[in-house]
Design a protein around this ligand. Structure first.
Ligand SMILES: [Zn+2]
Length: 160
């Protein structure tokens, strides 16, 4: 279900649940069971298929001549997918952490205004470009701490 969340929507979670509870199922049946429109069901399935999380078998309906698509969850692919996602998140967090550690930040104190780096603050002569209030040093220690903890946690989970 975490994987379905990564893929983006509550509907994806519903589709995943339906797949989990059945062996092989057609997109039509999934649409009926979940109440999600067939177009969306197919979109989600193709996304899962892109990540090799479901397999697809095609057959022909003898009465209509149309293709029927049968979908099946590939649970053995899930772990690999999760690992890849975690690596991806770890990389992003690490980049962000390096950025936080490598810069000094300045802030005007007005909620909603952005912090700026020291270099930017210099150019702005230490005045906020939005509200024009003087810029003060911004302590990002808490952010660094939270990021470090998450990086460390992911590292552990990945066995790095
Ligand atoms: Zn401001």
């Amino acid at each position: 279900m975490k994987v379905a969340e990564v893929l983006g929507s509550e509907d994806a979670v519903k589709v995943m649940e339906t797949l989990k509870d059945t062996g092989e199922i057609t997109d039509d049946e999934i649409a009926n069971k979940t109440g999600i429109r067939l177009n969306f069901v197919r979109k989600i399935l193709y996304k899962l298929y892109d990540h090799s999380l479901v397999s697809l078998r095609r057959s022909r309906d003898e009465s209509t001549g149309w293709f029927i698509f049968h979908w099946k969850l590939q649970p053995d692919q899930l772990e690999g997918f999760i690992l890849t996602q975690k690596r991806h998140v770890l990389e992003k967090l690490q980049t962000r952490l390096n950025y936080e550690k490598g810069h000094d930040f300045y802030y005007c104190g007005t909620a909603g205004d952005n912090r700026v780096t020291f270099e930017e603050a210099m150019e702005l002569v230490f005045h906020c470009p939005t509200c024009n209030k003087p810029l003060m040093h911004f302590d990002n220690g808490k952010i660094v701490e939270v990021l470090s903890r998450r990086v460390e946690q992911l590292r552990k989970e990945l066995g790095d």
